[in-house]
Design a protein around this ligand. Sequence first.
Ligand SMILES: [Zn+2]
Length: 455
Amino acid sequence: MTKTLLIKNIHTLVTMDAERREIRNASLLAQGQTVLKVGPSEQLPVHADEVLDLKGRFIVLPGLINTHHHFYQTLTRAVPGAQTCELFGWLKKLYPIWAHLDAHGVYVSAQMAAAELMLSGCTTSSDHLYLYPNDCTLDDAIRALNDIGMRFHASRGSMSVGESHGGLPPDALVETEAAILADSQRLIERHHDNTRHAMTRMTLAPCSPFSVSADLMRESAKLARCYPGVRLHTHLAESQTDIDYSLERFRMTPGQYAESLGWTGPDVWHAHCVRLDHAAIANFARTGTGIAHCPSSNMRLGSGIAPVRRMLSQGVRIGLGVDGAASNDGSNMLHETRLACMLARVGECDATAMDPRTALELATLGGAAVLGRDDIGRLEPGASADFIALDIDQRQFAGTAWDPVAALILAQPDAVDFSFINGRRVVDQRRLVTADLEVLVELTQAATAKLMNRS
Ligand SMILES: [Zn+2]
């Protein structure tokens, strides 16, 4: 018989269910990987195989969902020469360093990024690995996330148009399109799991319009759509240079280009969309196309402010992403959610542009919708047992008894006390359970030193 897990005496349980119920003095009962019941403590059992008594002090909410990252960039944070660049200059500075990445670096950086994400409340992450120099494979990142116990949407990224053919990346970092498609199919057939509560799903993700051909975009879409649940992802309309490139090379805006390739629809999500125009926003809303909004990265690279308020008003699906660690330069989902709330207000010069609960909704239900899942991002019977708990007797919550749920965003907590993924305790009293954080930091420093020596 699968073990039961009871979380009892929760101060406030944020369900993100259809009525967005926030239940005071609540309990949550799970069995194995599934939530069985949530409600007021007096309506739930008092015994289970495993019991965590939160003593009336903790907020429990669905685990946060990160919809855009490049884990490998954790090895190249704060690189001199790339600290004040816009997108294209930043990429050109970093490509030669990334050319020395190896399989061990992929594994270690993926675990380091996952550890930071998990400690900051993230329970599901997407990652976009789009360069494969030396012995790198996406299998290394999948193994890393499997070992650390995080729910993972792995994107097989790719670059096929090098500098000599008008693309941005150096020729040495691009692959042939035949090899990309063959490896994409291999990865789907080896790792993709489309069942409910799946821990690993696959996405095909040619990197960006300025690093792959239109043909690879079309062929990738065709291949992904042969397999239920395999999604499509890329970077789109990130900055003005990105728009200029699209107009000059394709004589189309990024929105028109995506549509012309069949890259709109409920199985597609695009990162950034900072410069998406009115027509494309309307089209994304109509077709169910999703967006990964990455406020830190957009600020870091000076890309601009995505029109999130306008997109939400029109019904576009939006999730949040920390983006690669070289343009953030962290992987903290609580911070990112707060920044989404603040940046929307800056963008509109209007404090009503986003309230704290909407920001939380984007980080949970929004991310789940963008990744095409209805089993995560909410806590209700039948959902995956992915949830986090924060102690409201800690310093960031002092004085927030007025509304501790809003304080999750406004008062700047930066770490969770407990996290459960698929019913398994992965953070316990602020400590990562599934990996040795000190060792992981050492390994990451060593992998970075190796890249520095080679560059
Ligand atoms: Zn990115």
